[in-house]
Design a protein around this ligand. Structure first.
Ligand SMILES: [Zn+2]
Length: 181
């Protein structure tokens, strides 16, 4: 399928609603972040699933990120709770192709406030960064202020996060990868 712009605007729940959903580790880590900039929390399960997906291939791989976004005091807090890997993946900036079945995989998970918060893809041994193509993809398909783009280089073991239509780079200290089961 071709990913269509999802430009509905959501009223984001308040940051307080997030605290109750986090484990002690993530809550503690969040206290050390800069609330003026976007903050990203990747659940342990989401991280594991993404690593499993991108780690299998030296081809570029990718998929959707599902989770919740919260209005922080200064900037959004985005929580990636689940990833849905696409067997087909191709992003050119003006088009983003994922397998047609990905919605069937994602749809049952979109409940209780869970939304598509963004996308992820891999740069095997190229380094984790947003290329001009990636910026165009983000701008065209993930243009909400809370939309998250993750890039993983499984070879160099790098992770980078970008948020919003202008692909603002999220500093490493504001990216929390959960631990635990
Ligand atoms: Zn890329």
């Amino acid at each position: 399928m071709r990913w269509q712009d999802q430009s509905e605007t959501f009223a984001l729940p308040a940051f307080d609603a997030l605290q109750a959903r986090l484990g002690a580790f993530e809550r503690q880590k969040l206290q050390d972040t800069n609330g003026e900039l976007p903050r990203v929390v990747i659940s342990a399960a989401c991280w594991r699933a993404m690593r499993e997906d991108v780690g299998q291939s030296h081809e570029e791989r990718g998929g959707l990120l599902l989770g919740r976004a919260y209005a922080g005091t200064g900037a959004e807090v985005i929580v990636a709770e689940r990833s849905v890997a696409s067997r087909a993946f191709d992003s050119t900036g003006v088009s983003l192709r994922m397998e047609s079945g990905i919605w069937e995989l994602a749809r049952p998970l979109l409940k209780d406030g869970m939304i598509v918060v963004g996308w992820y893809h891999s740069h095997p041994n190229l380094g984790a960064f947003f290329s001009e193509t990636d910026r165009a993809t983000q701008r065209n398909f993930f243009r909400n202020a809370f939309n998250l783009g993750l890039v993983i280089d499984p070879v160099r073991n790098e992770l980078c996060a970008f948020v919003g239509p202008d692909s603002m780079h999220v500093p490493d200290e504001n990216v929390i990868v959960g631990e635990g089961a």
